[in-house]
Design a protein around this ligand. Structure first.
Ligand code: TXA
Ligand code: MG
Length: 349
């Protein structure tokens, strides 16, 4: 399929309206047609934008890997319209997956379950498990229903770069690689879904995400294993979720999480560097505030608000030809686990 600057179509579904407006419906029809023909469509979800293809079409899925320059060993998440579609892609449906799907779908949680025969091996990187998620975005679920097939969709960015939280981010990073971009405005959560392995007991978090541990445990009906309970380094859980390699989600500008951010910022400025600074403190030191070579961005003090703006902030700073991005380390609490995870990876050079 020829790839030029893709069309970006705005889609919306005003609250209280029983069906989406006619233009949105037409855009969904066009996207569904492209997907059925093996095309690549960037889709909104409640977490980040995804780069979607028909999950049952090997060649189309191969297009995702090529567009992202994603290593073939990193499996994709398959997006479904509902739990019934999810079960049709699984060889068996573990109790934990059933419970999580029943209480948290549609939502920002991906379950890893034994792979059924309909799912091509390219989707799962040759593995025996498949990652499934039902996104909490009514237009995207409608698109999946209309396409009539599950959609393989990683985040719509080049491999290892920061995930897109707006249609514009997709255009910047993969604009020449997709057939169509559906623009539903900025994503609600702003970071990727929680990935939970339901093939083991207790179920194990492979990637922390927007949902709190209590939500996952109460859904699963028992304890879940968290990454920090695992030995550090490249142990088994990392190997099980190949995408959780250490460097991931990184902006093009080198990023640091120093122990003493004001001192580090002062040092870089004194060396003539241009610095971006994600500030969590209430005030910026007066001797630094207003410095010509400093772009200081105050960040939200709650983890959900911080997550929502994190990638958009990194994308914006990447446009400013800075030498370094300094980030105030987030609080050590568990509520900040997903943000800590993304920042630590972004800082791993
Ligand atoms: O919020 C999200 O999950 C977004 C939106 C678009 O849905 N998608 C996303 O996809 O973040 P991606 O490909 O960027 O990240 C998928 C993660 C990777 O870390 C991958 O290794 C892991 O899920 N994964 C996929 N299939 C897996 C499997 N069978 N077993 C273990 N990990 C798996
Ligand atoms: Mg990704």
């Amino acid at each position: 399929m020829a790839r030029r600057i893709p069309d970006t179509l705005r889609i919306r579904w005003p609250a209280g309206s029983p069906t989406p407006p006619a233009e949105t419906d037409a855009a969904l029809d066009r996207a569904a047609g492209l997907l059925r023909e093996g095309g690549l469509v960037a889709i909104p979800t409640e977490t980040v934008y995804g780069l979607a293809a028909n999950a049952l079409d090997e060649e189309a899925v191969d297009g995702i890997f090529r567009a992202k320059r994603r290593p073939a060993r990193n499996p994709l998440i398959v997006h479904v319209a509902d739990a019934a579609m999810a079960r049709s892609l699984a060889a068996s449906w573990p109790e934990a997956a059933e419970r999580i799907a029943a209480s948290l779908w549609p939502g920002p949680v991906t379950v890893v379950v034994p792979k059924g025969p309909r799912v091509p091996g390219i989707v799962t990187a040759g593995g025996e498990t498949v990652a499934l998620r039902c996104p909490d975005h009514p237009l995207t679920r409608r698109l999946i229903e209309r396409a009539g097939v599950p959609l393989a969709a990683p985040s719509a960015n080049r491999s290892e770069q920061v995930s897109p939280t707006t249609a514009h981010h997709v255009l910047e990073s993969l604009g020449d690689k997709v057939d169509l971009i559906l623009d539903a405005g900025p994503c609600d959560h702003g970071i990727e879904s929680t990935v939970i392995d339901c093939t083991v007991a207790p179920p194990r978090i492979l990637r922390p995400g927007p949902l709190a541990r209590e939500q996952l445990e109460s859904a699963a009906g028992g304890p879940v294993a968290w990454p920090e309970h695992e030995p550090a380094g490249d142990g088994p859980p990392v190997a099980r979720s190949p995408g959780s390699g250490r460097r991931h989600y990184a902006p093009a500008t080198p990023l640091e999480l120093p122990d003493d951010p004001p001192a580090r910022v002062a040092e870089l400025l004194a060396a003539g560097k241009r610095v971006g600074w994600l500030v969590s403190a209430a005030v910026v030191e007066p001797e630094l505030a207003g410095h010509r070579e400093l772009v200081a961005v105050p960040m939200p003090v709650d983890p959900a608000g911080y997550a929502r703006l994190l990638y958009a902030t990194l994308h914006a700073l990447d446009q400013r030809q800075l030498d370094r991005i300094i980030v105030d380390p987030p609080p050590a609490d568990e509520a900040w686990r997903a943000v800590q995870d993304r920042l630590t990876r972004a800082a791993a050079g």
